[in-house]
Design a binder for this molecule. Sequence first.
Ligand code: CA
Ligand code: CA
Ligand code: CA
Length: 349
Amino acid sequence: MQHNVVINLLFSIFNPKHVFVSLLLLGPGWQSPAADYPWEKGPGFRRAKLLPVGAGKEGFTLLPPEQTGIVFTNALSEQRTLASEILPFGSGVAAGDVDGDGLCDLYFCALKTGNRLYRNLGNWKFEDITEKAGVGCTNLDATGAALVDIDGDGTLDLIVNSLGGGTHIFFNDGKGRFTESKEILNAGLGGMSLAIADYDGDGWLDLYVANYRVNSAADSDVRVSLRTVAGKLVVASINNKPLTDPEWTNRFHFQITEDGSGTVKFAKEELGESDALFRNLGKGHFKQVPWTGGAFLDEDGKPTTMGSPTCMSVMTSKPLTGSGSMTGTVGSGRLIGWRFDKFHFLRWE
Ligand SMILES: [Ca+2]
Ligand SMILES: [Ca+2]
Ligand SMILES: [Ca+2]
């Protein structure tokens, strides 16, 4: 017998008018209302241990696509796989009730083969409503998505990140039909993960986009020329272009060492693109916040003078209130984080 599975996340802490995100998955054998659980109250939350019923095995049961109707595959051709170090990272999924029927729907991102939105019909069956929802994004290398109410009308809107195609916003009419915003954010950058939080406490959810790269130097030949300046070897050009060329600006760290016997060791580290924070000016209209403009403070509480890190993934805790924290992983796997407290991000590491 299959266990009941209940996951219920409800964030409506800060301002119910502007903030509503819900994710609700109910198993077929759902019987016990939430009121029956022994809730333990804490500051701003309550929690309860789930009590599985039935005699089956514990854990998850894999449901075949023939049963669920979810036949989505994020296909990447061999040619595109070989041509890019970035595309094989794959794409993300967003979950939320887009049509307000109480059942959690699923949105899958794809790499120029069309994103898909599946409406939950109940009993673990789904229907593909991508076309009538208007969220296919067939021209995007889509990497990540979020379902969140960014215009404050109580419906879950859709944010889709992409490699090189910008970050796209779709407003939900409440019935699972979406209209794309004319504003495309993060144009031309390698958007990966994204995080949502009202970082300045004005009641509107803001957006942080973790950028990596659209392409890697390893995807093509990169020829570095050296020259001697004041007795030291330095990089003169890359592919016959100076280091000041926009393609190479802030892109590499070089390490050149000579041991005195004529042996030269050369190493290069490729850097990622800066992440981006977008403040919601109201009703889902965003403006990018400069990294060094005072929104981000260093460990001493002073405005940072450093550029943005490059995150592969990013997430927030207590995401919908005016305070909380945000963490991200950089390419080396190092974890960095900021605590945000109304208007400011304070870095910790
Ligand atoms: Ca639904
Ligand atoms: Ca909305
Ligand atoms: Ca805000």
